[in-house]
Design a protein around this ligand. Structure first.
Ligand code: NAG
Ligand code: NAG
Ligand code: NAG
Length: 395
């Protein structure tokens, strides 16, 4: 303790604190050279050796050992991962809202569902992110009265198009994500022909926008891997039949979990997936709580992220496929922050760079303020620690 106090005194003596750091800003950590003075009402709190932050409150927490170490590391995530990383081509967040109001069709805009906020898009674009996954509900776009091969509801299509165009006008990519779990109008989707028509129609709407990505179906889970494969292949065939050339993302059964990609049978089934343009990636999802559901802020361990991705990474490499981690989320605690960093590090250092992108679950204006993986600015739970410590180091 004595040593720490001496170092603090030294740090204060030698660093002219010219500016005040705003709440949640960085105020210390190995290699950090900025101001260590927090805005009033917040206190500089050491979260780990590499990162101290101005957190709300006036408690007398142990101040950081700022500027006393000599390494040049910047953040915990990137330290173990600083060499031979291939950055993601696509990196961002899910933007929830249009899929809210489960089972309420068509539902009322502003009451049952909403569209993502342009200000949220701006926030992440300013940080350097370039990917937004936009979940929507099929029954609102293609009403059950006329079925999935029928015409689009023009108001819902217009809302979706507006936010998609906003995202792509910023130079970022927007993934259209029917968030239906391969269930439409309370029935499992079984007709490859109908599903192909749905995607043909949707691709025709968006094929002229090069920054739109087609995310075929969120998390099939009640159907065999072979059925999920056939439906995804039909969608690819439909999309390509329109002349659309953009990236396609295909998801398997078992909630498209990375940790079960091989054991669920997805690996065997999806090895045969064909895209005439070779521009389809396998989208997988991975949560780090004990049952992998993304419902508990406790992570299994600090290394569970890399561990749960390992078999999927090997499958991608062996099958010469590209992968996209479309959902990852975890709590704001030391184990989870290390586990998320480890996951991204394992992806960016994998031989052959099989992983082309990742997106955090989730931003969106309607998540409860205490939703443990919520990343809606300015104060979603994941904004203060996970974003700077476990996500931004991998930009
Ligand atoms: C797609 O990949 C296959 C196998 O590697 C190759 O034969 C084919 O020419 C590629 N097609 C395009 C359009 O690049
Ligand atoms: C979350 O998981 C931890 C560890 O497995 C457990 O102790 C805790 O009760 C769980 N919390 C909830 C809300 O399920
Ligand atoms: C893990 C997780 O947060 N899953 C969510 C996915 O999105 C649906 C619809 O928004 C939610 O109901 C799930 O909880």
């Amino acid at each position: 303790m004595k040593t720490i106090l001496a170092l603090i005194t030294l740090a204060v003596a030698i660093s002219p604190s010219l500016a005040q750091v705003s709440v949640y800003g960085q105020c210390g950590g190995i290699g950090f050279t900025g101001s260590t003075t927090c805005a009033s009402g917040s206190v500089c709190t050491e979260l780990n050796a590499y990162y101290s932050q101005c957190l709300p409150g006036t408690a007398t927490t142990t101040p950081p050992t700022t500027t006393t170490a000599t390494t040049t590391s910047t953040a915990p995530g990137s330290t173990a991962c600083s060499s031979s990383r291939t950055k993601f081509q696509f990196f961002g967040v899910n933007e929830s809202g249009a899929e809210f109001g489960s089972g309420i069709w068509p539902g009322t805009l502003g009451t049952d569902y909403t569209f993502p906020s342009p200000s949220s898009i701006d926030y992440f674009v300013a940080d350097g992110f370039n990917f937004f996954r936009v979940p929507f509900m099929m029954e609102r776009l293609v009403p059950p009265s006329t079925g999935m091969t029928g015409p689009f509801n023009s108001a819902y299509l217009s809302g979706l198009t507006t936010i998609v165009n906003y995202i792509t006008s910023k130079g970022a990519y927007a993934a259209l994500d029917p968030h239906n779990f391969m269930i439409y109008n309370n029935q499992d989707i079984t007709s490859t022909s109908d599903f192909q028509t749905f995607w043909t129609n949707l691709a025709n709407q968006f094929k002229s926008n090069s920054h739109v990505i087609f995310d075929i179906m969120n998390e099939p889970n009640t159907i065999p891997a072979s059925t999920a494969f056939s439906l995804n292949q039909a969608a690819i065939n439909g999309i390509r039949s329109t002349g659309a050339t953009q990236l396609i993302l295909a998801e398997g059964t078992s909630w498209t979990g990375a940790w079960t990609w091989v054991s669920s049978g997805n690996g065997a089934a999806f090895a045969a997936l064909k895209d005439p343009l070779n521009n389809t990636a396998i989208e997988m999802h991975q949560y780090l709580d004990s049952d992998g559901s993304g419902t508990n802020a406790t992570c299994v361990s600090s290394t569970i992220g890399a561990e749960r991705l390992a078999a999927a990474t090997t499958w991608l490499q062996q099958n010469n496929m590209k992968g996209f981690l479309g959902e990852i989320g975890a709590g704001s605690n030391a184990d989870c922050i290390a586990a998320v960093s480890g996951a991204f590090c394992s992806m960016q250092t994998a031989a052959g760079s099989p992983w082309i992108g990742a997106s955090w679950w989730a931003a969106g204006p309607w998540w409860p303020a205490d939703y443990f993986t919520g990343i809606e600015p300015p104060s979603g739970v994941a904004i203060s620690q996970v974003l700077p410590q476990a996500i931004k180091p991998f930009l």
